[in-house]
Design a protein around this ligand. Structure first.
Ligand code: HEC
Length: 137
């Protein structure tokens, strides 16, 4: 693999993503959040607090990872050729073992989040939030 170069690239993108996240957080508070359930609102706060929002936008733009806008229920083709539905199980797998569930053609830049960093209950809140970003569901 392209070790040294890849790592520098990821570090560079991380810096850009962090400044983008500052923008995302402030634009959220400017607009106020749309009507979210309690769980979804907790998920929104967690996404900012745990750094997800630095890499995943909610407005359709691509930061480091795929946007969360309208993603729920989408068909995702993984790098190992599997095809999965974007659902709660996929979110969990993406957090616990990102390299086992990597979207085809994207960078392997999704950090793993173990139970110390994001608990199962917190994943449920994040799932509620991501789901709320797909209004048709
Ligand atoms: C450093 C940037 C970064 C951070 C921080 C990050 N992600 Fe990701 N994430 C990615 C990238 C890049 C991918 C695409 C690669 C993959 O699927 O593993 C991804 C993929 C995902 C996927 C699968 C999405 C898809 O459409 O294939 C989910 C779900 C996800 N991330 C959730 C989260 C959550 C929840 C958090 C916070 C707890 C988080 N991510 C934090 C970069 C990040």
């Amino acid at each position: 693999m392209n070790n040294g170069r890849g790592r520098r690239l990821v570090a560079g993108i991380g810096a850009v993503a962090l400044s983008a996240a500052a923008g995302v957080v402030s634009s959220c508070s400017d607009e106020g959040s749309p009507r979210l359930s309690g769980a979804a609102e907790r998920g929104r706060l967690l996404a900012a607090e745990r750094g997800c929002a630095a890499c995943h936008s909610t407005d359709g733009s691509t930061l480091v990872g795929p946007t969360w806008k309208g993603i729920w229920g989408e068909n995702v083709v993984l790098s190992d050729g599997r095809s999965v539905t974007f659902d709660a199980d996929y979110v969990r797998e993406s957090l616990r073992a990102p390299n086992a569930a990597r979207r085809k053609g994207v960078m392997a830049a999704m950090p793993a989040f173990d139970t110390q960093r994001v608990s199962d209950a917190e994943i449920a809140d994040l799932v509620a939030y991501i789901k709320a970003l797909s209004p048709s569901t």
